[in-house]
Design a protein around this ligand. Structure first.
Ligand code: GLU
Length: 283
């Protein structure tokens, strides 16, 4: 059975870009007689808000996108992510990183990956003694990507419409597995949860394409299944041209307040376009 999911972070109101992702994931499951799940990615305790959580519920209901089963909240699953992290540590693939954001940003010549500048690996060569002496300092945990890739060997994943993709997690560098303030990261939590929820088809924007290289690697390391991926293009305007970011970012709540018709909005989104009016309003 096809199982898709919509996985917003409650750090703001849902906007048109979110609605597009949600309708793509919803329609894929419904067309196949499958299930459409809702997962709240609220691992960021400082930016997630209960009010935004309520907003997600309200906005999806207004659009008429019904999900199946209970909503999964990542904030309730920290112990599972911590367990996955321990497994990666036990495999010798995770190391503590004491660098500050400023220090990483200062190595600005670094190539960019899905999360900004690729980490230059400063803390990777620290000895066990050096690490032990610094563990009282704030630290995150990073994956030793070169070691991980050596262990898994070549990996592939399938994207519609791009086809078979050779995974290239090395280009993403030593990404974060657990943040300084949270025992997980986006990459780890998504990988654990897509498997735990039995997601067969991950539908999300093409802006997360590069992240899939990392997720594929983590699946191989943790012995988890690999879903099919559908990275959809970003929305375009009624003229077929790319939208200014602010138009994609128009909150659904704002459109609703302006009297937008949710049925017409859904129909426009299903054609991959921002509805007339919504695109022009702030232009
Ligand atoms: N929580 C992510 C976001 O809000 C989406 C994660 C995913 O679809 O894999 O952008």
């Amino acid at each position: 059975m096809v199982v898709s999911r919509f996985a917003p972070s409650p750090t703001g109101r849902l906007h048109l870009g979110h609605a597009f992702s949600a309708v793509c994931a919803h329609d894929l499951a419904r067309a196949a007689g499958g299930q459409f799940l809702l997962r709240i990615e609220d691992i960021d305790g400082t930016r997630s808000r209960e009010a935004f959580l309520a907003g997600i519920d309200e906005d999806l209901r207004w659009l008429g996108l019904a999900w199946d089963g209970a909503v999964l909240r990542q904030s309730t699953r920290m112990a599972l992510y911590a367990e996955a992290l321990e497994r990666l540590k036990a495999m010798g693939l995770a190391y503590p990183c004491f660098c500050t954001r400023a220090e990483i940003a200062a190595s600005a010549s670094a190539p960019h990956g899905s999360e900004g500048p690729v980490y230059p690996g400063t803390c990777r060569p620290l000895s066990d003694a050096e690490r032990a002496a610094r563990m009282h300092e704030p630290h995150c945990w990073r994956i030793d990507m070169a070691a991980a890739v050596t262990l898994t060997g070549p990996l592939r994943w399938h994207d519609k419409p791009a086809g078979w993709i050779e995974a290239d997690p090395l280009a993403q560098g030593d990404v974060v597995l657990a943040r300084k303030e949270t025992p997980t990261s986006y990459h780890l939590a998504v990988t654990v949860d897509d498997a735990a929820q039995g997601v067969t088809d991950v539908v999300r924007g093409v802006d997360l394409f590069e992240a899939t290289h990392v997720h594929r690697l983590l699946q191989a390391l943790l012995g988890l299944p690999t879903p099919l991926y559908h990275h959809h293009p970003l929305l375009v305007g009624p003229d077929g041209k790319r939208l200014a970011k602010r138009n994609c970012a128009r909150p659904l709540a704002e459109l609703r307040a302006e009297g937008a018709d949710p049925g017409a909005l859904l129909a426009a989104l299903r054609s991959g376009q921002v509805p007339i009016g919504a695109a022009d309003a702030e232009a």
